[in-house]
Write a new protein. Sequence first.
Length: 116
Amino acid sequence: QVQLVESGGGLVQAGGSLRLSCAASRSISSCNYMGWYRQAPGKQRELVAAFVVGGSTNYANSVKGRFTISRDNTKNTVYLQMNSLKPEDTAVYYCAARDGLVWRYWGQGTQVTVSS
């Protein structure tokens, strides 16, 4: 089991930047699959960025070149650097970790609002 706590959300103008943090309750060095999802009002939750096996990363096409996922295993923390934010990036952002094939562990979410 692992508890995940997100922070760093807020209100930002279009074109601005935010960095989200996800602090885990235990070591994440063995967690190959960790990532960020988001859910906008009236929409399904979607994968934004994730670490996959071998340390590779996957990004949603809508955020490629603007968002960067990173991790600091010494701090048990995963980050999401978000640059050139757009109003359509407005959503609740969730940190998640996989257990086997299932994204089983979720944080409580942090709100990101981008004003135009």
